[in-house]
Design a binder for this molecule. Structure first.
Ligand code: FAD
Length: 552
C-alpha cells in the first residue's frame, strides 16, 4: 500500500497557509498538517492597525480562512494552540506541544515548512514590560490595545518607531481621536526612504498635529500619577496613556536553530532559490528567512506579506517536485499616513550606497496625479534611481495623496523585467483626464532620465549645493522667487533669459532650477545652445525644500 507523504507546516498565516493550499492543489494524496501556536490561522495581520483604529470594526473580517475551511475545502488538518518546540532532522520528526492541555506529541514529516514569522523587537529597556507598553503582531495583541483604549478612556498615545507599522498606528490612533507622539531613533520618519523623500512625510505628520521626536531613541518607560512617562535618550519626557512599540521585527529562528539549520548574516534562516534550507527536507519562507535583494543582490531581511505568500507557493511547488524559483525581493511596499500614500520599490540611494554601488543617478519630479486641467490634481513627489552605464531602473520612491502606488507598481514591474529609463519613457499607460496625463508621471520620469542618458541634460547634485562654486540661477518668475528661494541664487526668469544672456558668466558653471524642474530644463537647453556650461538641479525648488527644510 502506498504511504501518504506527510507535509508538516509550522505557522499558518501568510507563508504557511499559502504553501498548504498550493500543496493540496498539486498533490491530492499528501497528508498536510498546519500547526500554529496562536488561536487563528490565515488572519490578516496587515489589517490589525485598522482594527485598532476602528476602521475595521468586526474582528471576524480579519479572518481570511478558518481551520474548518481548510479541513472541508482542502482536506488540510489545522491545529491551532499547538506550538512546535523542536525539530529533529535525523529522525525527521517535530515535537509539538498542545498549549490547551499542555501535552506534547511528536509528528514525523517527509517535508517540513517553517513559516513562523518574525517577532516584534522589545529591547531590554527599563519599564519595557509594563502593561501599558504594547506591541502589535496578532489578533489578541490588537484586542488588548482596543480594550486598553476603551477601558482607560485613553486620550494620548506614544508610538515608538516611525516606520511602516508606527505610521499606520499613528494614523489609526489619531482616527480614534487620540493625541499622538511619534518617537523615532533615526533622523527621519520612514527610515527605508531616502531622507529627502521622508521630509514630505514629516511635513504631513506635523501638519496633523502629531508630536514628533526624531533622532532620539526611546530610553525607558515609567508609571507615574499622570500616566505612562516615556523618556528618550536625550532626556525628553512624554506623558501618555499607553505606548505602542513599533521598532521593527526579528526573524523567529529558534526552531531553525534547534534543527541546526544555517542562519544567514541578517539573522534570518538561509534558504536557496527554491526556499529550501540547509537541510534537504526542510523549507522556510516569509519573515523568518533572509532573501536576496533583487536589485543589489545582497542578502536582506524584508518582512512583507507579498513575498511571504509567493515564497509559500514556491516552497509548495518544490516540495511537490516542481522547479520553481524565488526571484528575490524588491522591497515593494506602501503605507498610508494622514492621507498621504508612501510607496517604494527596489533600491534607494541609501541602500545602493550601503551595497557599495555608486554608479547611479537620481532624478526627482513632482507631477500631478492626473491632468492639471481636470479638478483635483494632487502632486506626486517621485524619485527614481537608475544605473549610469545602462539606464537600468534600480528603484523608485513616491509620496503623495493620490495615484502614488499605481506609479510605483508600474516601476516595480519595470525593475523586475530589468527595464531601463528608455522603457519608462516609452511605456504606454492608461490615460483619461481624471486618471492621469498623456505623459504619465512614469513617462516623465523616463524622459528626464533618458535626457540625461543621451547627454541632453547634465544633473547638478543637491548634496553638493552647499559647497559648489557654481552660479545658482532661479528661472522662475520674480514673485515665485520672492516667496522662497535658495540662498545666493540669482533670479533670471526663463521668459527673459534670451535677452539677458550677457548677465551670465561664461567661465563659471551655472546650475539652473525652477519650481519642479521643467522650466529649468528649457533654460538648460537654451543656455547650452549659447555655449554656457550648465547643469539642472533635479526636481527644482520643491526638491530643495525637501533636501534643506531649514535652508542651506
Ligand atoms: P506570520 O504571518 O507572522 O505567521 C507566523 C505564524 O507562525 C504565527 O501565526 C505564529 O503564531 C506561528 N508560529 C510561530 N512560531 C511557531 C511555532 N513554534 N509553532 C507553531 N506556530 C508558530 N506586510 C505587507 O506587505 N503589507 C502590510 O501592509 C503589512 N502590514 C502589517 C501590519 C502589522 C501590524 C504586522 C504585524 C505585519 C504587517 N505586514 C505587512 C507584514 C506581514 O504581515 C508579514 O510579512 C507576513 O505576515 C509574514 O508571513 P509569515 O507567514 O512569514 O509569518
Amino acid at each position: 500500500m502506498e504511504t501518504r507523504k506527510s507535509i508538516v507546516i509550522v505557522g499558518g498565516v501568510a507563508g504557511g497557509a499559502s504553501c498548504a493550499a498550493r500543496v493540496r492543489r498539486l498533490d491530492e494524496s499528501a497528508e498536510v498538517t498546519i500547526f500554529d501556536r496562536g488561536p487563528f490561522v490565515s488572519f490578516a495581520n496587515c489589517g490589525l492597525p485598522y482594527f485598532v483604529g476602528d476602521v475595521i470594526q468586526d474582528e471576524k473580517k480579519l479572518l481570511v480562512a478558518s481551520p474548518e475551511l481548510f479541513r472541508n475545502r482542502f482536506n488540510i488538518d489545522v491545529r491551532t494552540h499547538h506550538e512546535v518546540v523542536s525539530v529533529n532532522c535525523q529522525s525527521q520528526e517535530i515535537e509539538v506541544r498542545n498549549l490547551k492541555p499542555g501535552l506534547s506529541e511528536s509528528k514525523s514529516y517527509d517535508a517540513l515548512l517553517l513559516s513562523p514569522g518574525a517577532a516584534p523587537i522589545r529591547p531590554p529597556l527599563p519599564g519595557i514590560n509594563l502593561p501599558e507598553v504594547f506591541v502589535l503582531r496578532t489578533i489578541p495583541d490588537s484586542r488588548r490595545i482596543r480594550e486598553w483604549i476603551d477601558t482607560k478612556q485613553a486620550k494620548r498615545a506614544v508610538v515608538v518607531g516611525g516606520g511602516f507599522i508606527g505610521l499606520e498606528m499613528a494614523e489609526n490612533l489619531a482616527h480614534r481621536g487620540l493625541e499622538i507622539t511619534i518617537i523615532e531613533a533615526a533622523d527621519q520618519l520612514m527610515p527605508p526612504l531616502d531622507p529627502e523623500m521622508a521630509e514630505f512625510v514629516r511635513q504631513r505628520v506635523v501638519a496633523h498635529k502629531a508630536r514628533l521626536q526624531l533622532g532620539d531613541p526611546v530610553a525607558g518607560f515609567e508609571e507615574t500619577a499622570e500616566g505612562l512617562k516615556v523618556t528618550t535618550k536625550s532626556g525628553m519626557e512624554f506623558s501618555a496613556d499607553f505606548a505602542i512599540l513599533a521598532i521593527g521585527v526579528k526573524p523567529e529562528t529558534n526552531l531553525a536553530k534547534s534543527a541546526g539549520l544555517e542562519i544567514g548574516s541578517k539573522g534570518g534562516i538561509r534558504v536557496d532559490e527554491s526556499m529550501r534550507t540547509s537541510d534537504p527536507h526542510i523549507w522556510a519562507v516569509g519573515d523568518a528567512v533572509e532573501v536576496r535583494d533583487f536589485v543589489t543582490g545582497e542578502w536582506s531581511f524584508l518582512p512583507l506579506a507579498g513575498p511571504a505568500s509567493r515564497q509559500g507557493r514556491i516552497a509548495a511547488d518544490t516540495i511537490c517536485g516542481r522547479d520553481s524559483k524565488f526571484r528575490g525581493s524588491q522591497a515593494t511596499a506602501v503605507c498610508g499616513c494622514f492621507g498621504l500614500t508612501i510607496a517604494m520599490t527596489g533600491a534607494t540611494e541609501k541602500s545602493l550606497r550601503r551595497a557599495g554601488i555608486t554608479d547611479f543617478s537620481a532624478i526627482y519630479l513632482h507631477p500631478g496625479h492626473h491632468a492639471g486641467y481636470y479638478p483635483g490634481a494632487k502632486p506626486i513627489h517621485l524619485k527614481v534611481v537608475y544605473g549610469n552605464s545602462d539606464g537600468r531602473v534600480l528603484g523608485a520612491q513616491g509620496v503623495g495623496e493620490e495615484g502614488v502606488e499605481r506609479r510605483i507598481d508600474v516601476i516595480s514591474m519595470a525593475i523586475q523585467k530589468h527595464a531601463t529609463v528608455f522603457d519608462l519613457e516609452e511605456c504606454e499607460l492608461c490615460y483619461a483626464p481624471q486618471y492621469g496625463s498623456a505623459k504619465d508621471p512614469v513617462n516623465i520620469a523616463g524622459m528626464i532620465a533618458s535626457n540625461v542618458m543621451r547627454g541632453d541634460v547634465s544633473l547638478a547634485s543637491w548634496a553638493e549645493l552647499p559647497s559648489t562654486d557654481a552660479l545658482i540661477v532661479d528661472v522662475r518668475e520674480p514673485a515665485e522667487h520672492q516667496s522662497g528661494c535658495i540662498e545666493g541664487a540669482v533670479n533670471l526668469p526663463l521668459n527673459q533669459l534670451r535677452d539677458r544672456l550677457g548677465e551670465l558668466p561664461r567661465e563659471r558653471e551655472i546650475w539652473v532650477h525652477c519650481g519642479v524642474g521643467q522650466r529649468s530644463y528649457y533654460a538648460l537647453r537654451l543656455l547650452r545652445k549659447h555655449g554656457f556650461n550648465v547643469r539642472n538641479l533635479p526636481g527644482g525648488y520643491q526638491t530643495f525644500r525637501a533636501w534643506y527644510p531649514r535652508g542651506l
